[in-house]
Design a protein around this ligand. Structure first.
Ligand code: AN7
Length: 394
């Protein structure tokens, strides 16, 4: 029904591998003529496992009922930016508070199928929170490597409470990923970073759900960190088109933070691969990544969908985070990069006024309370006295 194929040399690989002998990334490829689609695109009962006939799992899934996240329409912003339809899909409302849960339900189930006892990842935070949660559900041991001092508090709290072994690395995410890849190889631990192709299979259901609810939009905008999610969502749309469920693919638009933007630079220069950033830096710690492992897949998705990659400043990110909050959508900084990108692109005329655009809000506001205090300030404080409180009403 499916095989694991190298995107560089086309060789079929064994399920237990993450990359090909030639070093290329692997991709799950379905024989779509043989797949029996058993779901209806009626916008109802959406969940990752609604689309099970297009997921590479034969066993009982380890699930926390992920997916089925709300798609909000931002009418005020449509008027302000002069764009016909703007939606935000709030992935921060998944069980652990980010889109990573879609990948982990598939990845952790695959770990059980492969009879692994332990799973591991390097993470800027959300991957570790999600993996810890799903490993707990599955009864697997979990190891997490984090760039010390650079992970938002809520994410560390989740990884700790759900019982992962949390190890801080004196280095950045890219160092942590390099180390965990070798540790997994040597210790026989199952690696659950997005270099694992099964994780991306779960994440492609973001595309399925968008189509299920509103049909095919003209553009999908999302932050790029390790570049897995944009690759996954593109794959989802491509599969639906190949099956004949839709007839076009939206422009895939990736947004990076200025201080961590190797994919943007490659796109600007028309290259197929990136030159890593040695010292990535941004307030959006989730996407503080200098050497994104899925860059080739992501650039392919952007070129093939006639999309683009843009950068935004930390200030633009925070400003977009506040706009989303004013619309009732609480997200962490990295998530707001998508709206920051839309605002920037609409101002320079890169987005058609007639377009339907979906921004992906990737993670929940509660993930990063410390940044909120930094940008909003501490709450006011007064004596326990009615007059004093009355005096503060504005
Ligand atoms: C909120 O948790 O890489 O481009 O280790 O947490 O698929 O990497 C997080 C990434 C966007 C970028 N928004 O997605 C990790 C990690 C949020 C994120 C991204 C992340 P990718």
């Amino acid at each position: 029904m499916y095989s694991l194929v190298c995107i560089e040399c086309g060789k079929k690989n064994d399920e237990s591998r993450y990359t090909c002998e030639c070093g290329g990334l692997l991709e799950v490829r379905f024989n779509l003529n043989e797949v029996e689609i058993d779901f209806k695109l009626d916008g109802r009962e959406m969940r990752v496992w609604k689309y099970r006939s297009l997921l590479p799992i034969k066993s009982e899934p380890v699930t926390l009922k992920e997916g089925g996240t709300p798609l909000y329409r931002l009418e005020r912003l449509e008027k302000e930016l002069g764009i016909r339809r703007i939606y935000v899909k709030h992935e921060g409302l998944n069980p652990s508070g980010s889109f990573k849960d879609r990948g982990m339900t598939v990845g952790v189930t695959k770990a059980l199928e492969l009879r692994k006892r332990a799973v591991a990842c390097a993470s800027t935070g959300n991957t570790s929170a999600s993996m810890a949660m799903y490993a707990a559900k599955a009864g697997l041991k979990a190891y997490v490597l984090l760039p010390a001092g650079k992970v938002a508090l809520g994410k560390v709290a989740q990884a700790l409470m759900h019982g992962a072994d949390v190890i801080g690395i004196r280095g950045n995410f890219d160092d942590a990923l390099r180390i965990v890849r070798e540790v997994c190889e040597r210790a026989g631990i199952y690696l659950l970073n997005s270099v694992n192709p099964f994780r991306l299979e779960g994440q492609k259901t973001i595309a399925y759900e968008i189509v299920d609810e509103i049909g095919t939009p003209d553009a999908v905008i999302l932050p790029i960190g390790n570049a897995g999610n944009i690759s996954a969502i593109f794959k989802g749309f491509e599969e639906f088109r190949e099956i004949g469920l839709i007839d076009k693919i939206p422009r895939m638009i990736g947004i990076q933070a200025e201080g961590a933007s190797p994919v943007f630079r490659a796109f600007r220069e028309g290259r197929e691969d990136i030159i890593p950033f040695e010292n990535p830096e941004t307030i959006a710690t989730a996407i503080r990544i200098g050497n994104p492992v899925n860059a080739k897949k992501a650039l392919r998705a952007v070129y093939r969908s006639e999309g683009l990659v843009e950068v935004v400043s930390d200030q633009e990110i925070i400003s977009a985070q506040k706009i989303l909050a004013k619309n009732g959508i609480g997200v962490e900084p990295a998530s707001a990069a998508s709206l920051a990108g839309l605002i920037k692109l609409s101002r320079i005329g890169e987005i058609d006024r007639d377009a339907t655009v979906v921004c992906i809000a990737t993670g929940n506001l509660l993930k990063d309370p410390e940044t909120v205090i930094k940008v909003c300030g501490e709450p006011k404080m007064v004596e326990a006295n009615v007059e004093k409180v009355m005096a503060l009403l504005t």
